[in-house]
Design a protein around this ligand. Sequence first.
Ligand code: ATP
Ligand code: MG
Length: 400
Amino acid sequence: MDYRYDHILIRYGELSLKGKNRQNFIRKLSEKLKKALKPFSTLEFETQYDRMYIYLHDEDVDAVSEVVSKVFGISSFSPAIKTEPNMDAVLEAVKNSVDLSTPHTFKIRARRHDKMFPIDSDQINRMAATAILKNSDWKVDVHNPDVTILIEVRQDAVYIMADKIPGAGGFPVGVGGRAMVLLSGGIDSPVASYLMMKRGVHIECVHFAAPPYTSAEARDKVFKLARLIAPYQGDLIVHVVPFTTLQLAIYQNAPESYAITLMRRMMMRIAHGLAEKRHCLAIATGESVGQVASQTLESMYTINAVTSMPIIRPVVCMDKNEIISIARKINTYETSILPFEDCCTIFTPKSPVTKPKLEKCLAYETRWDWQTMVNDCIEQAESIRLSFKEEKNEEDEDLF
Ligand code: ATP
Ligand code: MG
């Protein structure tokens, strides 16, 4: 990649959006980009109806691109050279946009957004190709070029680009409201978190820990996962719920086969309470139909009954392989497969019921005052914000 790039041109995703939705989308995207790029203090931003431009000044194009690639709402972006809208300047920039000393095949694709520009696209293509052919050993290949040089002619400027990098897609985080995600140390829930954020939902996470049955390593693993997904939305709050007392009460008051179902009902009640406290309108999990005994439709039916809040399960119909391929893409897989036990695995009964009955759950739940314990869990949750400081180091900071 060349050193002379002075801009990054950003193309929005979801271009079908119109009117107010579109304005919201662009405003949120601009806000998210600026926040994510705050460590690069000399950047300048220009937002237009169908494009955003970042003026790089002194910043490194690769480092900025790395951050841009994680911001949702961008379909693609390109490092660019901005020139005056005249052909001499454009041809000079075209020669500078690539490294002409190593031969490649290429094609030029010019687009005239400003039809008042006196030279049409075909002519621009020819002139730019000639400038490269004259100054190098490069060869034209219109069908399968190594490099496609894009020339975008706008009213006030022309942008020359040699690369189109895929963006993260989706919607800017925040346009879709807020949700509470149940984050375990497994493979599925970090992927579910990522998919929620990708749809524009701002998430907070809740993790249930049962010390001393669960280790400090297990907790660290969850935080490591949370840090890996946090950059997609900027910062991330994780609520760690002390679950031991409630979990032991379940084992004292109900048969082992119902423990998982009852435990999940309690998790949902606590998640609901935290969600209300934090102004979230939905709960999300990494459940997938049929994956384990407790993830049947009967089980989901019985667990859902404790809350009127929508429960979103982004990976519900995915195969494990599909989930794993996303986990690899977002770099959480290697951490997820570390062997530390979470509270579910430790208390897992030998034969959990696969078709739990709601009436039975209700009957077991008359045996003790779980409501107080649920309230305690909500009260005593430790809330930690993972944020990114200006010098790009993560910082953990207790919230309340
Ligand atoms: P994962 O890979 O996400 O752990 P899993 O296949 O291990 O999923 P389960 O352990 O049955 O499945 O959990 C299903 C979902 O319940 C998880 O995806 C997560 O959303 C939630 N969950 C389970 N255990 C916890 C926990 N200790 N803290 C928070 N959420 C949890
Ligand atoms: Mg799990």
